[in-house]
Design a protein around this ligand. Sequence first.
Ligand SMILES: Nc1ncnc2c1ncn2[C@@H]1O[C@H](COP(=O)(O)OP(=O)(O)OP(=O)(O)O)[C@@H](O)[C@H]1O
Ligand SMILES: [Mg+2]
Length: 236
Amino acid sequence: MIVIKNSIKEGGKKNILVKVKNLTKIYGRGELAFKALEGINLEISTGDFAAVVGPSGSGKTTLLNMIGALDKPTLGEIIIDGIETSKVKESKLYNVRREKVGFIFQTYYLIPTLTTLQNILVPTFPFASRKENYLSRARELLDKVGLQGKEHRKPSQLSGGEQQRVAIARALILNPLLILADEPTGNLDTKTGMGIIELMRNLNQKEGKTFLIVTHDQRITKFCQKVIHLEDGKIL
Ligand SMILES: Nc1ncnc2c1ncn2[C@@H]1O[C@H](COP(=O)(O)OP(=O)(O)OP(=O)(O)O)[C@@H](O)[C@H]1O
Ligand SMILES: [Mg+2]
């Protein structure tokens, strides 16, 4: 079941950013083969704040990984911003991922030896030779996520909520079209989690960033135009 609220904005057609067509993902082969997703069809429009919900093992992370081009489907198509990722060579997939998608994870995945500012800049390292001024953008993002004055701290000197803010700024540094978040509030207490939700909502509402969020948190799903329910690898 896909619950769609306000999916058509007044007077306008929405731009389809992600289209998933008949996606099936099978892990392993032969007797060990396991169908993690089967026959998934969905669309995410530019500006959506959308959620994926479902029990543990239902395929939520698998779906996010496929949409984020971290892994390839066994069958079916995924089209992001007009690019069919299953047709892109492995060596070029990296570029699609970098340019189109930002990731946020439950456990942040910051590099412990790097400072806040350096962690935010990590996705830009392959493009260090470009003329763009990533440092000034990183500083702007630092302010936007509320980490002013903490740019030289290491992750171990930050709270969980602050570490997630670093991860959000890192996800935004290359200005991706889509932010994929896997349980972004899963490791945070209620109040800190609320701060992260407000930050994501702000980015969606004020800057039009598109979000697809795997979550159990009803404080997130209540804001979502689309809630995709997965069970045993299928959309309910
Ligand atoms: N690399 C893999 N190889 C084999 N099976 C896998 C692999 N990754 C995931 N699976 C299986 O695919 C199914 C879906 O996994 P997935 O991680 O997508 O679930 P999930 O909905 O994100 O669960 P959770 O809420 O616990 O994070 C599970 O049964 C899991 O065991
Ligand atoms: Mg998961």
